[in-house]
Ligand binder design. Structure first.
Ligand code: ADP
Length: 160
């Protein structure tokens, strides 16, 4: 049986912190499906299709990794993808409260889906999508913090 994990997030945009989480997940699971959440309540900077494109381009060379857009319940996506695990990353203690609530809620919704946490690489613990949007929006260089596929999209929003 193939071991599949869903890695859900907003990915607005995907960062090297996210990439690090996926790479760690690739060692634990046969397939990693990145679930790009529509999340309209978060009012993302990038449209869903752009966020999906940036994720797909980042992992174009990895057959083990795919990406899908989703809205609605994460456990439903997990069923659709025949995944038995949810992959999440932890940066600092501040991530824990929210992650703990989400994992507990998902367990209530489906007892058979396990949430697996991996720890970010130390050099990326300070990286968040919000930080990338803010720094890039003010003209700062984020080229060492995001995958190359993201740079042209950040540039295009700076110019608009
Ligand atoms: P969400 O809107 O669900 O928080 P994000 O795209 O911001 O989506 O994050 C998705 C997941 O990736 C979360 O588990 C988050 O803790 C984790 N994550 C984000 N940035 C990093 C990072 N730099 N290192 C490790 N994990 C991270």
């Amino acid at each position: 049986m193939q071991r599949t994990a869903i890695y859900p997030g907003t990915f607005d945009p995907i960062t090297l912190g996210h990439v690090d989480v996926v790479r760690r997940g690739m060692k634990l699971f046969d397939r990693v499906v990145i679930g790009v959440a529509a999340n309209p309540n978060k009012q993302p900077l990038f449209d869903l299709d752009v966020r999906l494109t940036m994720v797909r381009e980042t992992f174009a060379a990895e057959a083990q990794v795919t990406a899908v857009a989703f809205s609605g319940l994460l456990v439903n996506l997990a069923h659709e993808q025949q995944a038995h695990a949810i992959l999440r990353g932890l940066r600092a203690a501040s991530d824990f409260e929210y992650e703990f609530q989400m994992a507990t809620m998902n367990r209530r919704l489906d007892e058979d889906i396990e949430t697996a946490f991996v720890m970010a690489r130390e050099d990326y613990t300070f990286v968040s999508s919000r930080f990338i949007r803010e720094i890039s929006g003010m003209g700062g260089d984020v080229s060492e913090l995001v995958p190359a596929a993201v740079l042209p999209f950040l540039k295009s929003v700076r110019q608009s």
